[in-house]
Write a protein that binds this ligand. Sequence first.
Ligand code: ADP
Length: 405
Amino acid sequence: MTGSSFSEHDVADICAMLFSTAAEGLVVVDRSGAICLVNPRMSELFGYPAAEMLGRPIDILVPAAKRAGHVKSRDTYTEHPRKRPMGMGLDLHGQRKDGSTFPVEVSLNHFTIGSDGFVMGLVTDVTKRREAELQLQRTNNELEDRVEQRTAELRAAEQSVREALEVEKELNALKSRFVSMASHEFRTPLSTIMSSVDLIARYSGGEHKEKVDRHVGKIRGKVRELTAMLNDFLSLDKLEQGMVRCNPSEVDVVHVCIELVEELRNLTKPGQQIDYDHQGTERTVVQDHQMLNHVLSNLVQNAVKYSPEGKRIHLRTQISDGRLEIAVEDEGIGIPLEDQQHLFERFFRASNAFTVQGTGLGLNIVRKYLDLMGGTIGFTSVPGKGSTFTATLPQHHHHEDHPAH
Ligand code: ADP
């Protein structure tokens, strides 16, 4: 052999080698369908010695059930021979000498020698491939089953979360209905109690006057506390349901503060004094009167509640640059550092406040009102020394639908 070309002799050798070592079975059949040639792999596949196959109809290699059909299609092929894979898309099988069958793929070719036509078949045993395909199919099915199962599980989980949410919603609605019912309904008997107490005070005289007055004073104080508590619950409920809107009107801040200080004198402890001063040439703001009142009153009441006897409380207001600033300074118990970050949370009360009556709702409501008024609140406090609460809000409240220019 020279260069890159083979001699005719070489090619014949290679063909012989291919014939004897090919991984596919090779079979040549004449026009009548008789086997003329088989390679060793063919014998191996079908379990016949080569000599036993030669001269016999090719149909012996087809499973008995398919044999009649095979004879027919073979005749058709012989009339119009083409190069093609056999039985495309069909599940072809071969039958071994011992009768067992196995899946095959066959491709056909035809040729003539002289005037004799022949068909050559290339047979591949696809048992392994079919098994792999089956395995793949099984794995696919399993995977699909698993996906289906997971999807069902997810749906069930989603459903139960939804149900839990429904229950939670119902409970919440029930709770807030109860709170607003209770807050409303309790106020009526409380006001009856209050007026009866007023009457008792008026009729008390004689030797027990002092004792009666003391108890009357106690009852009044407690009724007032209860009413304030109920009012807080009611306000919070309304706020949280988004039922509260700002209703701005012109408010004389100085007037409001002087009245408030006057009113709160009843609540102060012995020796406590509330000072008030205002800075700025203007004294009116356009804000929600009730909310502003509530904020001021709550901050000053807290200062009174959380300061001991004999201490000063300082209320300051200032209007400048279109803003109202409110500061309430006390010399009271202060707020422990670790509690400061939670102060505006619902129901939160500092650890040093447990001897003082309260619900922990006041500041939460104050902050919500300030939110609605477009304001903010903050504080500084030194435990044991005192606290200063500062609220800032726009002097003129503008509705969102009537923006300021
Ligand atoms: P309440 O007074 O009903 O407990 P608030 O919401 O008004 O509820 O206040 C929350 C907590 O903040 C109080 O329990 C108290 O611990 C603390 N606090 C509020 N104001 C002051 C203050 N001026 N001095 C010290 N602690 C205060």
